[in-house]
Design a protein around this ligand. Structure first.
Ligand code: 5RP
Length: 219
């Protein structure tokens, strides 16, 4: 089965976690696009969505789903999003699609984080996928020097401007033995907006698309 079909299976499986009449937190990416398509089939049964990116907002609206301003919503029952990597403790690397900051913000008000992914995303140790760090443009070089001191190799994602008007450094060759410690260290660097480690706010449920079907794992 193709990777996209595995993503699709995981995306559609997340529909089971959507409560009727609720506002749903929606992530970003190719796996989430399948979830949004699935959500479209129950557009008249939900109140709407809070979106983590302009791209997801556009897709949601095209399916007739109302998108609420994050500031008008206190709590979400679920937040559904993909991941670039997820480990056995349900910590993730996210941000391959550059939406990490809004993803972390929307996830922070959700009771449950439902991660949808194809089987290739599950890893023993995070860090094979370069860790995205969103930075204020004027701080980029200073942050890159600090990241080198932490043992990583930051590469500027040329041409990428986030929905927040910021830039991305993709950090290669990090050995992430303690995801929470690294998440905190990176957040402490002046000019870092967000880093793509989701260790403090990991997933609660992982729906993993595999050849044999969708496997459900819980934290
Ligand atoms: O964090 C993300 C976007 O910022 C995505 O969830 C992550 O990159 C996975 O993407 P995909 O579902 O396309 O593999």
């Amino acid at each position: 089965m193709s990777q996209d079909l595995l993503k699709k299976a995981a995306g559609w499986a997340a529909l089971d976690y959507v409560e009727k009449g609720s506002i749903v937190g929606v992530g970003t990416g190719s796996t989430v696009n399948h979830f949004i398509d699935a959500l479209g089939t129950m557009a008249d049964q939900i109140k709407g969505a809070v979106s983590s990116s302009e791209a997801s907002t556009e897709r949601l609206k095209a399916l007739g789903i109302e998108v609420f301003d994050m500031n008008s919503v206190c709590e979400l029952s679920v937040y559904v999003d993909g991941a670039d990597e997820i480990d056995h403790q349900m910590a993730m690397i996210k941000g391959g699609g550059a939406a990490l900051t809004r993803e972390k913000i929307v996830a922070s008000i959700a009771k449950q984080f439902i991660c949808i992914a194809d089987g290739s995303k599950r890893v023993d140790v995070l860090g094979q996928f370069p860790l995205p760090v969103e930075v204020i443009p004027m701080a980029r070089a200073a942050i890159a020097r600090q990241i080198v001191k932490l043992g990583g190799d930051p590469i500027f994602r040329e041409g990428c401007i986030t929905d927040n008007g910021c830039q991305i450094l993709d950090v290669h060759n990090l050995k992430i033995t303690d995801p929470k410690a690294l998440e905190q260290k990176l957040n402490n660097l002046p000019g870092v907006v967000t880093n793509g480690l989701f260790a403090f706010r990991g997933a609660d449920v992982l729906l993993l698309g595999e050849e044999g079907g969708v496997r459900t794992l819980t934290a």
